[in-house]
Design a protein around this ligand. Sequence first.
Ligand code: NAD
Length: 462
Amino acid sequence: MSTELFIEEASLEAIEASLQQHKQFFKSGVTRPLQYRKDLLEKFSTVIKNHETEIISALKKDLNKSDMEAYTTEIGILLEEIRFVLKNIDEWAEPKKMKTAKTHIGSKAYTVPEPYGVTLIIAPWNYPIQLALAPVIGAIAAGNTAIIKPSELTPTTSALLAQMINTHFDPRQLFVIEGGVETTQNLLKQGFDYIFFTGSVPVGKVVMEAAAKQLIPVTLELGGKSPCIVDETADIPLAAKRIAFGKVTNAGQTCIAPDYLFIHKSKKDEFITEFKKTVIEFYGTEPLKSDKFGRIVNERHFNRLTSYLDDGEILLGGNVDPASLKIEPTLMEPRDFSVPVMQDEIFGPVFPVIEYEDLDEVIEFVTERPKPLALYLFTSNPVTEERINGTISYGGGCVNDTLMHIVTPYLPFGGVGESGIGNYHGESSFSTFSHYKSILKQTTKFDMSFRYPSGRFGLQII
Ligand code: NAD
């Protein structure tokens, strides 16, 4: 089944015209008042709520997401984020009083958040609604305008986003431009004030290079291989359930999905048994036939993922259905670390399992590779927790869980090193899309004459 529907590229003229409209609109100052931003966020929430049915059906078509998954991982996250921002925006937008040094006696200092201006938001296909719209919440809250470029690989969702946004909002404030690589590259040539990109590491480099040419600030939300570590003290049935949840949600097509597993040798067999039980509990004995289990986005990714099945011994699952683009939740033991499944970001329900005896080997393996976006540790030993978190750098993660760190608005979300630059969610979304202007308000009651070339020591009362 070919799912690669064609999305037309946007013309350069249309892109330039849209950008000019946004520039003018931002310059007019309309987007700055707090009440305007709040009203817009309320409307954003209403438009999402009014399109719930269409969103769910587009996600079904593009990714076979179940209704529940579509709601919890896309719609619900957005509505909760808007609610949280509306509750806190007054405080975040306030100027913050700062201290002044003794050399600045008589003066006052403060920082004030101001919008960057016209922002570009480029989204991937795996959570095509959430990842296109969550950054928009931050952009609006901070007083910016946004041009949004959804992924061409989820065409039904891309078309829905264009219809939802372009018919309900002032196109000078929010506008969706559909298209693929050419459109994105033309957008990247424009003079945006901020670029927020979510996607792969190689394209992140393309975005950063283009932004560097015009010194445009960026946030890069990228991917990579996120390790999962289960030690000998972990609660294995619970660990297996929570890891399976992280690996099978959206059929493993999640940037923070556990990519591969290091498990203590003494617990490997129990883990496989428990993982198997969990898969049956989630999807029955034939996951390929379950309507709750998502499909792979397209044939190219399906073929890439099925090729990994030759990279070692299958421990569980391994069945595939090319007609529905589905791959069973699969545990495998990789032949060695040089095989593609241990080199590429997997981004699917294939899970390499590697047994270990000495935690130092695990730390060595992870720290020799690019800094991961997420890391998941399952242990009941605080010493292990301290060793892992004290030695391995990663974007964010969980102890004794997977994925859940992304769904609290109190934690900033982002990568480090190759897994990304910057972060968002909650207050971080507001600060990401704000420039904090530093202002010193000097007294005019007296002057420090010694700082001038002609200066004498002492104060000069004015
Ligand atoms: P991608 O990098 O291929 O595409 C992302 C966007 O970039 C799309 O809108 C696409 O049209 C555009 N694009 C693709 N190739 C381009 C090029 N050569 N020049 C300019 N633009 C180009 O990523 P994807 O396949 O859509 O998404 C999967 C990747 O995204 C994975 O690596 C995953 O880990 C990562 N991801 C990260 C996060 C996060 O929050 N950190 C979230 C989701 C996905």
